[in-house]
Design a protein around this ligand. Sequence first.
Ligand code: COA
Length: 260
Amino acid sequence: MKYNNILVEEGSTIATITINRPSKLNALNKETIKELHQAFKTLDETGKIKVIILIGSGEKAFVAGADIAEFANFSVKEGRALAAKGQKSLFDFVENLSTPVIAAINGFALGGGLELAMACHFRVASENARMGLPEVSLGVIPGYGGTQRLPQLIGKGRALELIMTAAMIDARKALEYGLVNHVLPQEELLTFCENLAGKISNNSSVAIAYAIKAVNAGFKHDSNGYASEIEAFGACFGTADFEEGTTAFLEKRKADFPGA
Ligand code: COA
């Protein structure tokens, strides 16, 4: 597939998507959002890719936000549609993807950029990373799930302070808040994420997909996390991965998961 704003690199089990608009600090315009959706969908459907790493090009930014130039003249109706479409096609889509997605935050992750990182299953940052939701400084609010996912990740008080002040926090503070899981020197960021991805890819991708579903169910108002866990747990017993995982343990060997 040919993309204009992103680069997709596929290894045997790990893929890397690089958002590639460095002159605009990788800001998310409409076309980039569309391409990201397509790339995540395609990689998820291959069956061979077990983990996706998402990173920004260059050394300065992960993503510096939604492309402000694109929505500066929008009406109420267009603003609403922008948030609704973006949430559905990219942010909720990534959060609910069966394939785990790690955000490698290699610089500024602001507005839609932080929202995209928060939609990923977890986040790792480089020491130079700066994160924030500066939307109220533009007279708008986060519209790609930021008002929901930031309080989920760091607590309501801290989230409201960050949103109201439009302030940026550095990687060390983000680690303290639990917004990112690890902080590395920039030159080690990708290798660290690849190592983590390697560990994940040794496990059952079928079971991991069920785990993502069960965890996400607990954060949705129309579902019960515990009930979803029971269903997903039961469903695992019908999979070839479960048969292989338990047999390998009893035979004292390493499991070789057949996958979906
Ligand atoms: N949308 C559109 N363009 C953006 C952008 C965004 N969110 N963020 C950065 N850019 C563009 C700049 O307009 C500039 O383009 P130009 O060279 O054609 O003028 C280019 O990226 C480089 O950014 P610049 O502001 O010159 O870099 P800087 O190092 O001085 O500042 C930031 C970096 C991140 C502090 C600053 O770019 C910024 O505040 N960006 C907007 C962040 C934001 O409010 N995001 C939320 C959007 S809802």
